[in-house]
Design a protein around this ligand. Structure first.
Ligand code: RP5
Length: 176
């Protein structure tokens, strides 16, 4: 399936995949994180186990359609990121999600423990990971995009200013 053109007409450079629609509330954070840097994404539900053929087809065709980074969120026996990485030379970011009774540890291990030669850049479990997946995707693309690199520098400066403001507030609170 062809990538849906973004608002500006350009095809999305990032794909955000998830194993089930039940993953959407968390994976939306990755989509929103990308939007904060001006990036639209191609969002798909694809499952390593339930729709393996569609997952493989998407993965094989992504680079040819202009996708530069693929973010994959999945819970439980979370093999989506690995299954995608097996079919593409694009960088793949894995977001382990909480599903079922093991609190995401199952998904973390399934996502991170890839064999040598087929890496998945695994971020934190759940919401933290979804947010960081977006920033990491931007960092990967920024290597060839000075405008994105500038947005990342601004992002870092804003974080530092936010911490400085909290530092002042805490110290002022302690001195009264
Ligand atoms: C995984 O199984 C999905 O990524 C999801 O986190 C989990 C449960 O899926 P559903 O049963 O909600 O479809 O493959």
């Amino acid at each position: 399936m062809a990538a849906r053109p973004a608002a500006g007409g350009a095809a999305p450079k990032v794909a955000v995949l998830m194993g089930s629609d039940s993953d959407l509330p968390v994976m939306k954070l990755a989509v929103e994180g990308l939007k904060a840097f001006g990036l639209e994404s191609e969002v798909r539900v694809l499952s390593a186990h339930r729709s393996p053929e569609a997952t493989a087809e998407f993965s094989r065709e992504a680079a040819g359609r202009g996708i530069g980074v693929i973010i994959c969120g999945a819970g439980a026996a979370a093999h989506l990121a690995g299954a995608v990485a097996a079919q593409t030379t694009l960088p793949v970011i894995g977001v382990p999600l909480v599903s079922g009774s093991l609190g995401g540890l199952d998904a973390l291990l399934a996502t991170v423990q890839m064999p040598p030669g087929v890496p998945v850049a695994t971020v934190a479990v759940g919401e933290l990971g979804a947010r960081n997946a977006a920033v990491l995707a931007v960092q990967i693309l920024a290597g060839a995009d000075p405008e994105l690199a500038g947005k990342l520098r601004k992002h870092k400066a804003e974080m530092a200013a936010g911490v400085a403001a909290k530092d002042r507030k805490v110290r002022e609170g302690l001195s009264v």
